[in-house]
Design a protein around this ligand. Structure first.
Ligand code: HEC
Length: 162
């Protein structure tokens, strides 16, 4: 009797401890200081050299990049840029990021415009934004891999205002 209640209580402690670590992880994900690392091993790996434009925009990796990117966006960007990239006003509305390009009639000019935005996007996310010594946006280079940053871009492409 005694042993079984002991066993029960240690089992309960294990359950409690794991419930708490799940809760802890959830609190962490919504925390407002620490960026979240993102598991990107199911995506084609890109190496250490930064690509000039989004390799996942089209082609077979698109769906997986979208899946990873939407969750990575929610964990790392949504607290400032808003859920589903709909800004509440604290930070720019990222649905409008490519607004200058989307209306272009000339296909070649349009894709050159998107490529330029890719460069601007990646530079901003890697380095963040600091003006007059104030951090407006933290740098993500140390936390997010190149794969994660392009996966987020893939998600944002699906959120473009039409
Ligand atoms: C702490 C809040 C915060 C977080 C977190 C954050 N950003 Fe930002 N971001 C900003 C602010 C504020 C600006 C505008 C900075 C400025 O005025 O110079 C900005 C600017 C940008 C821009 C340039 C937009 C433009 O129109 O100039 C991009 C792109 C961007 N963020 C992407 C991201 C992505 C992707 C993430 C997540 C990986 C992210 N941001 C996380 C606050 C944040």
């Amino acid at each position: 009797m005694k042993t079984s209640s002991l066993r029960f209580s240690s089992l309960r402690n294990i359950i409690l401890a794991s419930a708490m670590s799940v809760l802890g992880a959830a609190a962490w994900a919504h925390g407002d200081v620490t960026p979240q690392a993102v598991d990107t091993k199911t995506l084609p790996q890109l190496g250490s050299k930064w690509l000039p434009s989004n390799p996942y925009s089209s082609g077979p990796a698109f769906n997986e990049a979208l899946r990873i990117g939407s969750s990575a966006y929610n964990q790392n960007c949504a607290r400032c840029h808003g859920l589903e990239a709909i800004s509440g006003g604290i930070a720019p509305d990222l649905r409008k990021l490519d607004a200058d390009c989307t209306g272009m009639a000339d296909a070649q000019k349009k894709s050159a415009c998107f490529a330029e935005m890719d460069e601007f996007y990646v530079a901003t996310v890697r380095r963040g934004r600091t003006r007059d010594g104030r951090v407006y946006m933290p740098p993500f280079e140390a936390t997010l891999s190149q794969e994660a940053i392009w996966a987020i871009r893939t998600y944002l492409e699906t959120r473009r205002e039409k």
